[in-house]
Design a binder for this molecule. Structure first.
Ligand code: FE
Length: 206
């Protein structure tokens, strides 16, 4: 955690935020958009478009052992095989959940996040309470998110930085034998790839 370099990232973020705000106010002023519509758009990127990329990566890893091995060995090129690459994704590390280990990702200093696989970070990811509590009391965070791990499951917290952005490979739910990659990807939630949630269960998708 001591080699955490965030200066570059902070300036990028604030620059982006400034641009978004400027654009938003111009567009609102001119009557092109209303801020509520923009919120819906941002929400879509946070929860749908972005994380669908990660969901496809996870589903591929669940169905293709060779891909899974490449993903865990060096995630950036493996993710690139599916066509996902770009800013904030130059060095992604995939960490695998097991029955004994739950991985959880945080950026303690700001909001470093693997954009090519997860899109924009959710608001809570950037919040001070999440950033602080994820380190001090990760099990408590999971309870806040509504799930309880068996006491025997360890939790490992990974601090993302401008250099390394972590991405969780959740466990494939039971009862999905023979499912297609496409159908499996529907089980993969954004939060399950941050480590603050679990994939959906087979009964939860049509
Ligand atoms: Fe950060």
């Amino acid at each position: 955690m001591t080699d955490h370099h965030h200066d570059h990232d902070h300036s990028e973020l604030s620059e982006t935020e400034l641009r978004v705000r400027a654009l938003e106010s111009i567009l609102t002023e001119k009557g092109y958009i209303d801020p509520a519509a923009l919120d819906v758009l941002i929400e879509t990127y946070e929860t749908k478009v972005g994380p669908r990329n990660g969901a496809r990566v996870v589903a591929r890893a669940w169905t293709d052992p060779a891909f899974r091995a490449r993903l865990l060995a060096d995630a950036t090129p493996a993710i690139g095989e599916l066509g996902y690459a770009g800013r904030q994704g130059e060095h992604i590390v995939a960490v695998e959940n097991t029955p004994e280990l739950q991985n959880m990702v945080v950026c303690t200093l700001c909001s470093c996040y693997p954009w090519p696989v997860l899109g924009l970070p959710p608001v809570w990811y950037k919040s001070a309470p999440y950033r602080a509590k994820a380190v001090k009391d990760p099990r408590g965070v999971l309870q806040d998110f509504g799930f309880e791990l068996p006491p025997t499951t360890k939790i490992r917290v990974w601090d993302s930085t401008a250099e390394i952005r972590y991405f969780v490979l959740p466990m494939r739910p039971e009862g999905t034998e023979g499912w297609s990659e496409e159908k499996l990807s529907e089980l993969v939630t954004r939060d399950s790839m941050i480590g603050t949630g679990l994939p959906k269960q087979p009964g939860e998708v049509a």
